[in-house]
Design a protein around this ligand. Structure first.
Ligand SMILES: Nc1ncnc2c1ncn2[C@@H]1O[C@H](COP(=O)(O)OP(=O)(O)OP(=O)(O)O)[C@@H](O)[C@H]1O
Ligand SMILES: [Mg+2]
Length: 1018
């Protein structure tokens, strides 16, 4: 490679189908020819072609030898084995290191695509990292130049959630992980990261083994899936030799080997449309890496003013030099061959294509050793000066950063001043100290003779790493203070006890709460363990039980019990019935991709539920298939239920994944001792209430094409096929005034409708058995539907009722029926959707508080109100008595008048009988009569006016009082005493009212009678 400009070397590699892809009958969409890789879109057969430095075909055409190593089936076959890949890529890394260039190798690709297989390898199929190290030591061992000292140091770290953990240290990293610092000469570095001097490949093997154990334990304890973390192995290769002048020269090379997190985590599409747009720190490194690569590619293409965002993430800070500086860099992009992963694979190919464009400038890192020490000393002196200056300034300023840099420099100087032998000896002692009480050598022998459980991880690289053996007697397993400590989600202090009686093993949960699942089934009592039992402890800790040596067969196919196997088994027993979903929709129609996505989602759902429980969030997640209008599963959605508030949300899968990252971050913070924020604005478990589509029914529209009426009850089914409610729907052809058509208007041939107007009404009437409201009475429902190209119709919403008379009518008037409309009517159904409404928590709280206050207020106020009312009633009673008196007086007056009238009449008769008939006399009688009558009329009218004037407000007041009392009585907010007082008040008020009405009526009657009599007499 010419110094000066080095393009990033890019290779792609396609792996064999995995078991799940085989089961799903996947098709291979990748083909390769020389350096070219072609991907075929499974939907339309379109192909896209990419060219890389290497395109490795590791999909098929290989054999496994007796040691388990894969080789090409024929010498000229296309299969690229681990050796081929090492020869092309690893050897280059070694050569570079030898020459004093920094080198870096990245593995990129979606989860399970084969990154770790290429980097680390599996079993006998060793990957680039071990082979490179092995080869490096071969060269070192062959070195005969006694003047030449070859030093190798090894470090291994993991970045998860933007926190750095030293994988060579067993203890928990400090709060927030190890710090990243910057040094003018060394650039970014991890403070306190162990760089272990090694003298042989076997030591690296041991370190890697320990690193993997630490990674697995951390992953279980933090519930951090390793496929979401980045692993960086750094091998520093230093050659100290005498140059031609006899001076000591130091040539060094940093080789960074990076196994990246699954690339599908980088996309933040899940955040689109989500209230919580901020991504979690879990994906920050990977998404920043993408941005850095794009920016570097732009720079290489001549774009100006491009800012490379190295500082945006921990990973890109640490790899700044490897990516865009002094390094010869290789990227290996791992590909899945399966059609179901088309989108991800295409995105990987594009990513790799971009990386190809990056140009680096690698230089040989070689200087006289003296100079290196001098430079380091000078830098030290400068830092000292700066520090003293800072400390001298009044008020100080923060000098901790400077101090740390100084410490790092001093450490490096100390290292340089020690002989290599001394450093090796120091490392050996440290290793022994740190390894004392490990699961190391002793356990290695134990598991060969004792029964044990071994971990099963989502990342197959980490599966089988941890083994817990069971000696004869009892072994307790739990979170702490037990023989075997496991800190996974949902593990109790003392979770289960395993008893080994020498012949058989039994497991017993310690309590009802101890979640123990064996082979997919919940176990609550003592149960014998059988070889190859699948065990789930708590919410997410999975183990495979390996029985007594006598039970183990020679070639047990243990590998079949991988993470996928566990998930499928659990899915079937934990209520998620994939089989039913398949049967319901027909195996043929069932989408394999969806099925795979569903199984992939399950562990995340389980984890989210477990974290929710641990953080006491009272939220339950449930994955569901969403069906299209033909009833075929079309997507995966996640139902989210707050078990306390009974609020329900439905999230698209991507939104759930985005929230899951935030949930994980929240959980990690809680593990770190931070207080979990209860602010809704930041809470990934919460959202404002939204309307939920509960279910739907299909109303076939064919009848309308014949002008016949539809009048039926339809059951509305939810995603599970369960009934949500029953609705009566009427679709009635009519004239333009909405009048229903006559029976004679039925048409046999729908085309007769062509060009003619069509009028009809859609009626949504009674809705019954509304489950949504039955479950929580504060909820409401409404309907939505869309007819043809009319705008979507939405009915009114009704709350609190499980039986609703919706009484919804919509008149459709289509001026001219088209062919399309006829075809629509003949082939489609009206999809009537039932939507659920919810009252927001705030509103609910408001109401509750309001009611509470009202209750408290009414208890106090009601007594005083009642007192007032008693006075009012007393007043009314006395008014009533007055009115009675008045009435009585009026009656008396009427009687008197009547008597007077009688008397006058008698006199008149008397005069007539006695012949005293004279004109004068007649005149006087008539005038007398007139006078008497008008006097009586005026007096009576006056009295009545007065009376009714008085009585009207009294009657109104009584009416008001009655309705107030009855409203109070109905509100049901009173206690027993108040209730009975209220009742008696109501009773007495009723009596007053009745009496008064009686009085008025009788008065009216008597007045009417007297007026009548008067009239007759007149
Ligand atoms: N070239 C290959 N030949 C045979 N098997 C392979 C190959 N590549 C990958 N596999 C198998 O595929 C599975 C997944 O591979 P691997 O663990 O390397 O994926 P990964 O990309 O590292 O996933 P993760 O992101 O979870 O770490 C493993 O069981 C591995 O053995
Ligand atoms: Mg991996």
């Amino acid at each position: 490679m010419p110094a000066g400009s080095d393009s990033v070397k890019v290779a792609v590699r396609v792996r064999p189908f995995n078991q799940r892809e085989k089961n799903a009958g996947s098709k291979c969409i990748i083909s390769m020819n020389g350096q070219t890789t072609v991907i075929t879109n499974p939907e339309n057969g379109d192909t896209k072609s990419f060219s890389y430095d290497h395109s490795y075909w590791s999909h098929d055409d290989f054999n496994e030898d007796e040691d388990g190593v894969y080789h090409p089936a024929s010498p000229e076959g296309p299969y690229a084995d681990q050796k081929t890949v090492f020869n092309d890529l690893g050897k280059g890394v070694l050569d570079n290191a030898w020459q004093g260039y920094n080198a870096a190798l990245f593995a990129y690709g979606q989860t399970g695509s084969g990154k770790s297989y290429s980097m680390i390898g599996y079993g006998a199929n060793k990957g680039i990292v071990p082979i490179t190290c092995e080869e490096l030591f071969k060269v070192i061992d062959d070195n005969e130049d006694k003047e030449k000292q070859l030093q190798v140091t090894f470090s291994m770290l993991e970045i998860y959630n933007e926190q750095v953990r030293d994988l060579l240290v067993k203890t928990k990293p400090p709060h927030g992980g190890l710090k990243i610092r910057q040094n003018p000469s060394a650039g970014f570095y991890v403070e306190g990261l162990r760089a272990v001097p090694v003298r042989a490949y076997t030591e690296i093997e041991k370190l890697m083994e320990q690193g993997t154990i630490n990674r697995t334990t951390a992953s279980t304890n933090m519930n951090a899936t390793s496929s979401r973390s980045h692993m960086v192995i750094t091998i520093r290769f230093v050659q100290v030799f005498k140059n031609a002048m006899g001076q000591s020269n130091t040539r060094s090379s940093d080789v960074n080997l990076v196994d990246l997190a699954g690339s599908e985590r980088a996309d933040s599409t899940g955040a689109t449309g989500d209230r919580l747009k901020e991504g979690s720190a879990i994906n920050q490194s990977l998404s920043t890496l993408g941005n850095v690569i794009s920016a570097l590619a732009d720079l290489s293409l001549g774009k100006k003013k491009v800012l490379v965002p190295y500082r945006d993430s921990v990973l890109t800070k640490l790899l700044q030099s490897a990516l865009g500086g002094n390094s010869r860099t290789i990227m290996i992009a791992a590909l899945s061959p399966a059609d179901i992963n088309y989108d991800e694979t295409l995105s990987t190919l594009r990513y790799a294509d971009r990386a190809k464009k990056i140009q680096n400038k690698a230089v040989v890192n070689e200087s006289p050793t003296e100079r290196l020490i001098r430079e380091l000393k000078e830098e030290n002196a400068k830092l000292m000066q700066l520090l003293q200056k800072q400390q001298g300034i009044k008020g100080g300023g923060d000098t901790s950063e400077l101090q740390k840099m100084l410490e790092e420099n001093q450490r490096r100087m100390a290292d340089m001043q020690l002989t290599w032998e001394q450093r090796l000896e120091q490392a050996r002692l440290e290793w022994e100290r740190s390894q004392m009480p490990t699961a190391g050598a002793g356990v290695l022998q134990d598991w060969q003779k004792l029964p044990y459980i071994t971990n099963v991880n989502e990342d197959s690289q980490l599966s089988g790493v941890i083994k817990h053996c069971f000696k004869e007697g009892e072994t307790t397993i739990g979170r702490s203070g037990v023989s075997v400590e496991i800190r996974g989600l949902g593990i109790l202090e003392h979770h289960v006890t395993v008893t080994n009686n020498g012949k058989a093993l039994y497991v017993t949960p310690t309590s009802e709460k101890a979640m123990l699942i064996i082979n997919g089934l919940r176990v609550k009592d003592k149960r014998q363990l059988c070889h190859m039992d699948r065990i789930k402890l708590g919410s997410s800790s999975l183990f495979l039980y390996v029985g007594l040596p006598s039970e183990r067969k020679d070639r047990d196919d243990w590998s079949k019990y991988d993470f996928d196997y566990f998930m499928m088994e659990l899915a079937e027993h934990e209520g998620v019935d994939l089989q039913t979903a398949k049967m319901a929709d027909g195996q043929d129609q069932f989408n394999n991709k969806l099925n795979q996505e569903f199984v992939d989602l399950l562990p995340k759902i389980m984890e989210a539920n477990a974290i929710s429980e641990e953080l006491k969030k009272k939220v339950k997640f449930e994955p569901m298939f969403k069906h299209d209008s033909k009833g075929i599963p079309s997507d995966i959605i996640v139902k989210v239920l707050n078990t306390e508030t009974k609020k329900v949300w439905v999230w698209p899968k991507l939104k759930f994944l985005h929230r899951k990252d935030l949930i994980d971050s929240m959980y990690l913070s809680s593990l770190d001792g931070q207080k979990v924020s209860s602010k809704r604005a930041e809470d990934p478990f919460w959202d404002p209430v939204e309307d939920i589509c509960l279910g739907s029914c299909l109303v076939i529209l064919k009848s309308l094409a014949h002008h016949t009426e539809i009048d039926e009850h339809f059951a509305l089914h939810n995603h599970h096929g369960h009934e949500e409610a029953v609705v009566k729907v009427q679709i009635m052809p009519c004239d333009q005034n909405g009048k229903s058509l006559h029976e004679d208007d039925v048409i046999l041939e729908p085309t007769e409708m062509l060009g003619k107007p069509l009028n009809f009404v859609i009626k949504v009437q009674n809705v019954m058995s509304i489950r949504w409201v039955k479950e929580e009475p504060s909820r409401g429902i409404y309907f939505r539907y869309k007819f043809y190209d009319e705008k979507e119709a939405i009915t009114k919403a009704v709350f609190h009722k499980t039986v609703v008379d919706l009484d919804y009518t919509m008149h459709y008037s289509i001026p001219k029926v088209t062919k399309n409309l006829i075809s629509y009517l003949l082939n489609n159904s009206l999809v009537l959707e039932l939507w659920g409404k919810q009252v927001s928590e705030d509103e609910q709280l408001h109401r509750r508080v309001g009611q509470q206050l009202a209750r408290e207020e009414s208890s106090e106020d009601l007594l005083s109100q009642l007192k007032n009312r008693e006075t009012v009633i007393e007043n009314l009673e006395s008014e009533c008595t007055d009115l009675r008196d008045e009435n009585f007086k009026l009656k008396m007056k009427v009687d008197k008048l009547q008597q007077a009238l009688e008397f006058a009449k008698m006199r008149r008769v008397d005069a007539f009988v006695h012949g005293a008939k004279s004109d004068d006399r007649r005149k006087s009688i008539s005038e007398e009569k007139k006078l008497e009558s008008s006097a009586m009329d005026v007096e009576l009218a006056k009295a009545f006016r007065e009376f009714f004037k008085d009585i009207k407000p009294v009657q109104q007041e009584i009416k008001d009082m009655k309705s107030k009392i009855s409203a109070l009585g109905q509100s049901g907010d009173q206690n027993g005493n108040l209730k009975s007082t209220l009742k008696s008040q109501e009773k007495s008020l009723n009596m007053v009212d009745e009496n008064l009405t009686d009085c008025v009526n009788s008065l009216k009657k008597s007045v009417a009678v007297s007026l009548k009599k008067q009239k007759e007499k007149k």
